[in-house]
Design a protein around this ligand. Structure first.
Ligand code: UDP
Length: 355
């Protein structure tokens, strides 16, 4: 099987944790590596870097075409020689390339939205909403990482054809260790949507002087990064910047729990990584965490700083509870091994190709 993957706005080789690079980059690099024993894969991304092999079956192809129409034409000329069986686009900008490509060639097309503009609670981009609607109308299938999100998409776009496949986690990189810590951890791009302001508000409500490590770099410009640092002034918050993905297990190990205070979180890979590392997760119950963390690998609450503070307090006070939640988290995370997730994709691709 030959798969054409389009990830226009960021390369799977970009280090995640700042700028445009986050969970989607991890998903693309891990999913296709797990699929590579069964498929040949070309991943197209924007840029002028030299084409690179992720492994013997995966080419990362940089196209120096900022214009999406020109980008699509280049993909079509590759298709004319390589004859792809299926196209999988990631994120709405790549979806535009999918739409442009489908005007000229007809092969099965699946799209992963990664975030759905209509479902974001905060300021929305009307143009992107219209584009996503068109993508959903034209592509063969949308892949959504949670049933909750699939259901919400269906409510807005009743004709959407959706398949739910969760993201995975590398359970060999993220391994459990004994929890001897009560330190709090946040991991993610420093972007307003990640809700660090809520977490800082929660810290102010705690009776303890507990340390919070914030890992990740600026995503929506340095200005927001600096303003959130200032917001945390006077509190024991350490901004450590981005950390290499393969080194992150150390950070989960040194923490007692991960907090995911996002205003919107389609899936939340960091929660799965914390679970694989045997750490409980605290977050909000209206996010994708409800299907991974659930009720037994952490504490999910209704969105406000008070509830967050209460959940944190209940875990700081109780090492045994942290240990038990962490143990369940690890067990659950084992069900999300990339090898298993890749098999679900393989079956889905085969079914769609056969029609
Ligand atoms: N990440 C990382 N280094 C950092 C910060 C984050 O490798 O310094 C990774 C993190 O481990 C996770 C991804 O970036 O795999 C973030 O994914 P998530 O789904 O939590 O958020 P997204 O960026 O997709 O909104």
């Amino acid at each position: 099987m030959r798969i054409c993957v389009i990830s226009y706005h960021s390369s799977p080789l970009d280090p995640p944790g700042s700028g445009n690079s986050g969970g989607m980059n991890i998903c693309i690099s891990h999913l296709y590596q797990a699929l590579s024993p069964f498929c040949e894969i070309d991943i197209f991304t924007y840029g002028s870097r030299r084409n690179t092999k992720l492994n013997s079956s995966i080419d990362v192809i940089y196209l120096d075409c900022q214009n999406l129409r020109n980008f699509a034409d280049k993909v079509i000329s590759y298709h004319n020689s390589r004859r792809y069986d299926i196209i999988h686009t990631h994120y709405w900008l790549s979806g535009v390339i999918g739409l442009l490509t489908m005007r000229k060639i007809k092969i099965p097309w699946i799209h992963s939205l990664h975030t759905v503009e209509m479902l974001k609670g905060i300021k929305r981009d009307q143009f992107r909403i219209e584009v996503e609607e068109e993508i959903i109308r034209v592509c063969n299938f949308i892949i959504s990482p949670t049933h909750k999100e699939a259901f919400a998409i269906k409510e807005i776009y009743p004709k959407a054809r959706i398949i739910t496949i969760p993201h995975g986690v590398d359970v060999r990189t993220f391994t459990p260790s004994i929890d001897g810590h009560s330190k709090l951890l946040f991991v993610g791009r420093i972007d307003p949507i990640k809700g660090l302001d809520l977490l800082i508000d929660a810290l102010r409500l705690l009776k303890y002087d507990i340390e919070l490590d914030v890992i990740g770099g600026a995503s929506k410009g340095e200005h927001y990064f600096e303003s959130i640092k200032t917001y945390g002034d006077g509190l024991p918050v350490r901004f450590l910047g981005p950390i290499e993905h393969t080194e992150l297990n150390q950070s989960y190990m040194k923490s007692g729990m991960l907090i995911v205070p996002s205003y919107y979180e389609s899936f939340g890979l960091v929660a799965l990584e914390a679970m694989a590392s045997g750490r409980p997760v605290i977050g909000f119950d209206d996010t994708g965490l409800s299907e991974t963390v659930g009720a037994d690998a952490g504490i999910l609450v209704k969105r406000n700083a008070q509830n967050l503070a209460q959940a944190i307090t209940s875990l700081i006070d109780n090492r045994e509870l942290r240990h038990n939640l962490g143990l369940i988290g690890r067990k659950k995370a084992l069900g999300y091994k990339w090898e298993n997730i890749a098999q679900r994709y393989l079956m889905t691709y085969e079914k769609i190709i056969k029609g």
